[in-house]
Design a binder for this molecule. Structure first.
Ligand SMILES: [Fe+2]
Ligand SMILES: [Fe+2]
Length: 344
């Protein structure tokens, strides 16, 4: 029997009965689906000059007791009101400010976090009892479940980029937070090879095997310099991935992180992928073409490229352009959803 002989009112009544009894007719849900992933989110750039001014204003307006952590999140302009998004559907990005003498008390949570220090010196973070100094260009990890607090013993503001998988973890309804009133018990200064899991105690109780918690910019730049005269990646030029040397994989289970040099005169090829990316400009300037739009960037700017947006990078200056970036690629691939397409 053809459906068009059924009066619409009968169908409406039938759907109302289904809804009232908690059924979902799949055929009414499939209309929005197609062969390519989609998102309401859009590419966006947060310029450092503006973001920094607002952060410093936050330092004046909001005492740390009220904020606990002075973090200014970058919310994608394509976010819907009810959506717990960040810069992309899965990745949070923010600037965090710590002023001299301030302490952000210890907490831990199920989202994993990274920091990239943008400016200032003298701040530190304590991760699971290990105190790690924060210097400009440092890339630090707080894998999920690790206690962490921040403090600042130096002069002047310290500002860093925070990157988390919290929008992803929120969508899975797994965002859990523990807070402590007190600061952590800090271990005595440990030798770096011990902390990094390169050398372990071989008697008594099993050694705590840890992964590196800090990667220095100078080390990453040394590797990039070594690779500079090579062919490079067609889509990212001279790009290196920060790795967990113990697992050989990405730095965290859900997040991969990279440092890349876009050499003077280079125009990369465009591609798109089902993982999303947050870029942060460490040095130099250039532009990206994202979904056909030219986005000029310079030191300190942060750029969101949501999933499946075509993008390429360009450096038409005579100076190196260095970009830090992080993606949700490990999470997307673990779900069997990894897909990349090069543009013609
Ligand atoms: Fe945190
Ligand atoms: Fe890409």
């Amino acid at each position: 029997m053809s459906t068009d002989v059924i009066p619409a009112t009968d169908r409406d009544a039938f759907y109302a009965r289904l809804a009232a009894n908690h059924y979902s007719p799949l055929w009414t849900l499939m209309g929005g689906l197609g062969p390519e992933p989609t998102t309401t989110l859009v590419p966006h750039i947060w310029r450092y000059a503006e973001a920094r001014e607002l952060m410093v204003e936050a330092g004046d307006v909001v005492p740390l007791e009220d904020a606990l952590r002075r973090v200014l999140g970058f919310r994608n302009p394509g976010s819907l009101a009810h959506q717990r998004t960040g810069a992309t559907d899965t990745l949070w990005a923010a600037l965090q400010l710590v002023l001299p003498g301030e302490v952000a008390p210890a907490h831990r949570h199920t989202p994993s976090a990274l920091r990239f220090i943008v400016e200032g010196a003298g701040a530190y973070t304590v991760v699971n009892g290990q105190r790690v100094a924060m210097e400009e260009g440092d890339f630090l990890l707080t894998p999920n479940g690790h206690w962490h607090e921040h403090g600042h013993l130096g002069d002047g503001p310290v500002i860093w980029l925070d990157g988390l998988d919290s929008p992803l973890v929120s969508r899975l309804n797994q965002y859990v937070l523990d807070e402590e009133d007190d600061l952590q018990q800090v271990d005595a200064d440990l030798p770096a090879p011990f902390v990094n899991g390169m050398l372990a105690k071989h008697w008594g109780s099993p050694a705590k095997v840890a992964q590196p918690l800090v990667y220095k910019l100078a080390d990453a730049l040394e590797v990039i310099e070594h690779l500079r005269d090579g062919e490079g990646d067609p889509f990212d030029d001279i790009v290196v991935e920060y790795r967990n040397p113990i697992s050989g994989g990405s730095v965290m289970t859900t997040i991969a992180a990279f440092l890349q040099l876009v050499r003077p005169g280079v125009d990369t090829r465009a591609h798109r992928h089902t993982h999303s990316t947050v870029y942060h400009v460490v040095r130099g300037s250039g532009h990206s073409v994202i979904a056909g739009e030219r986005v000029e960037w310079t030191k300190g700017d942060t750029i969101a490229v949501p999933l499946w947006y075509e993008h390429s990078h360009h450096n038409h200056s005579s100076e190196d352009a260095i970009l830090f970036s992080y993606t949700d690629k490990p999470a997307v691939e673990a779900l069997g959803l990894g897909r990349t397409a090069a543009s013609a």
